[in-house]
Design a binder for this molecule. Structure first.
Ligand code: PRX
Length: 637
């Protein structure tokens, strides 16, 4: 059994233990899992290289810890409860025994298709139980899965498959989200034209749309699994063998393939799920994320299933058929723990409380948020109207790189404070440093958030680019993992995340690199250069503001160019990266050495150009006046 914390005193005790002797602490947390061979040492680490190894030489298979370890006790219990996009369609549930059989069948299918331990399997699928089955089947045979969010474009999909040199792609004919149908296979076909490593494509039927099936490459899912055995011997994995790659945005254009490994990720996702959400046997847990992101990996699939939990997967969107959909689902399945993003709460709040009428939310015990700072208004609405003043809110701070929650209340244990992620979980040692790397000790300080000691769930490298892993996370501040976030520690020692301090923006809880968007804009034939910054947006948290320099205007005039730039970004990355505002400008504010002064653009985008600070290093000050004159948000001079 995972150690569960029940009281504030218990938390303090566990935390102190975990800091005094991390190896003993994390060794103990790993004891309850089934290992083929126990580890020789709990941890070997060095942040300078960096090299991080947990449960050194331990051998295991993660899926045995979901299935074989638990089947005797809850084989007949629901593992996945699936709610379709259309509320009138039948729901599906899979018990642990049923899920196990499906995972084995698909694992055997992958083996028959020539997938071996260490091969990369790209997954571009809608939120269906088969998506979870695909992840677990890969883990069963030791293949490394790489899920690419099904909202990404063909170009983005291809780029990620190429980086991982994926051998197989798993996709579907199409996907439903609200009233929209996304032609996934068609997009995949376009991506595959420039992804030569992919030898086989397995296609799940969902929308029954007409699709092209290329002979010798494409195979239907239902045909592929037909006749496969429901038993599959699990591949023995080293604790440090890769479990998955998940791409995320960074401050340069190329997406980063975050690598997570087997043993440490298993222990960390299971431990954090159990404690943060205070899951108890029989509870129904609903995380609204998509498995295309880390939240779905750790807290729809791995964390819950490793705990024998009932995890609810939802195919659709919060606003379809109407803005009461989440609450219908909570009512229908009597959800106990509900985990979502602040952006969803803000958009539902804006639509009014009539969508809550008649919905029984009394089953809720714990509410969670993730992905971006939650503003006080949304926090209070969540607390009062959804939680009816009785459910603790866990504002969970973490990242794709951290694998699991890092700073967060433990539900019902840690006293909460609106917009504060509160305190670090056991084993997590955050520190705040100034820009020179000096640690700011004590309370009431603000600076860069770093972590000074490893934890089992942390990323080990970037796929194929260890140097970039070092440079991005371990070189800014010596011997520290740098998160890229700004943070404040208040007078009570509580942490409040202030947002990114690098060129990454957070739009509706999605993390986007400004350079990635600029690269996409610069592909437009009439664009000379561009600069993208974030600006405060009432629903999305941050909106995307693009300043663009064009050579000449086409026949469509300014409006035509703006539109085609937005369409171009949608095509190259996906709709999530589409700029909200595109301002055509005569030039960008640059220093004499040619560096764009983003600080100035950020101020303009925020509608606050009254205090631009020192602009004497600018090459051409006039350009700033022209940008302010044409600004798309109200600018105070
Ligand atoms: O800026 C922080 C923000 O999201 C970033 C991580 O994004 P991603 O890797 O996509 O993972 C999102 C889901 C774990 C962080 O660097 N962030 C995440 N959670 C919070 C947050 N900002 C404030 N409060 C949070 N609870």
């Amino acid at each position: 059994m995972i150690n569960k914390i029940h009281s504030l005193g218990g938390y303090i005790h566990e935390y102190q233990k975990s800091i005094a002797n991390p190896q003993a602490f994390w060794g103990q947390q790993a004891e309850c899992f089934y290992w083929h061979k126990r580890w020789d040492r709990v941890l070997e680490w060095d942040f300078a290289s960096p090299s991080i190894k947990w449960y050194v030489n331990g051998k295991l298979n993660l899926t045995e810890n979901i299935f074989e370890r638990n089947l005797y006790t809850h084989g007949d219990q629901e593992a996945i409860i699936w709610e379709p996009n259309d509320p009138n369609e039948e729901t599906r549930t899979l018990t642990y025994s049923e899920l196990f059989k499906e995972v084995n069948k698909f694992a055997n299918t992958l083996r028959r298709l020539g997938v071996h331990k260490g091969d990369r399997v790209a997954i571009y699928m809608p939120m269906l139980p088969e998506l979870a089955i695909a992840l677990l089947a890969c883990a069963r045979i030791g293949a490394i899965h790489s899920v690419i969010f099904a909202g990404f474009s063909a170009h983005a999909l291809s780029e990620r498959m190429n980086d991982a040199t994926a051998k197989v792609l798993l996709t579907a004919d199409g996907g439903y989200r609200g009233s929209k149908v996304t032609p996934l296979k068609e997009i995949a076909d376009e991506a595959l034209e420039s992804s030569p490593s992919v030898e086989t494509v397995v296609v799940l039927k969902r929308t029954n749309s007409e699709v092209d099936m290329r002979v010798g490459r494409d195979i239907w899912w239902h045909k592929a699994i037909d006749g496969q055995s429901e038993e599959c011997c699990a591949e023995e994995m080293d604790a440090e063998d890769e479990l998955f790659i998940l791409y995320t945005s960074g401050s340069t254009g190329k997406p980063k393939g975050i690598v997570h490994t087997t043993g440490g990720y298993m222990v960390y996702s299971a431990y954090t799920f159990n404690n943060v959400f205070q899951y108890h046997a029989g509870d129904v847990y609903f995380c609204t994320a998509d498995i295309g992101w880390i939240t779905g990996h750790s807290y729809i699939v791995y964390g819950p299933l490793l705990n024998g939990a009932k995890t609810l997967m939802f195919e659709g969107v919060p606003t379809w058929p109407d803005a009461g959909r989440f609450w219908d689902i909570v009512d229908k399945y009597k959800v106990n723990q509900f985990y979502t993003a602040p952006t969803a709460l803000r958009s539902l709040l804006a639509m009014g409380n009539e969508y809550l009428e008649g919905k029984d939310l009394s089953s809720l015990k714990v509410l969670g948020t993730v992905g971006e700072p939650i503003n006080e208004e949304a926090w209070h609405w969540y607390h009062d109207h959804i939680g009816k003043n009785k459910c603790p809110i866990v504002d969970t701070w973490w990242q794709t790189e951290t694998g699991g929650v890092m700073i967060s209340p433990i539900a019902g244990v840690t006293p909460t404070k609106p917009s504060f992620a509160t305190l670090p979980l056991p084993g997590i040692q955050p520190i705040i440093v100034d820009n020179e790397g000096k640690e700011l000790t004590g309370n009431s300080v603000e600076g860069n958030l770093c972590i000074k000691f490893p934890w089992p769930g942390m990323a080990r490298t970037l796929w194929g680019d260890h140097q970039r892993f070092h440079d991005t996370y371990f070189s800014t501040f010596l011997n520290r993992y740098f998160t890229g976030d700004g943070v404040k520690r208040d007078e009570d020692g509580y942490y409040r995340i202030l947002g990114r301090v690098d060129d990454v923006i957070n739009v509706s809880g999605h993390r986007l690199g400004t350079a990635e968007i600029e690269n996409a804009i610069n592909e437009h034939p009439l664009v000379n250069e561009s600069a993208v910054v974030g600006y405060p947006h009432p629903i999305k948290g941050q909106g995307i503001y693009a300043f663009v320099v064009c050579g000449e205007l086409s026949t469509g005039g300014e409006e035509g160019i703006r539109k085609s730039i937005m369409q171009g970004v949608t095509k190259i990355i996906g709709p999530i990266a589409r700029p909200d505002l595109v301002q055509l400008v005569p030039g960008l504010p640059k220093t004499r050495s040619g560096k764009i002064m983003r600080r100035i653009l950020r101020k303009v985008a925020e509608g606050d150009a009254s205090n631009l600070g020192d602009i004497t290093t600018l090459l051409d000050e006039d350009v700033v006046d022209k940008i302010i004159d044409g600004a798309l948000l109200e600018v105070k001079r």
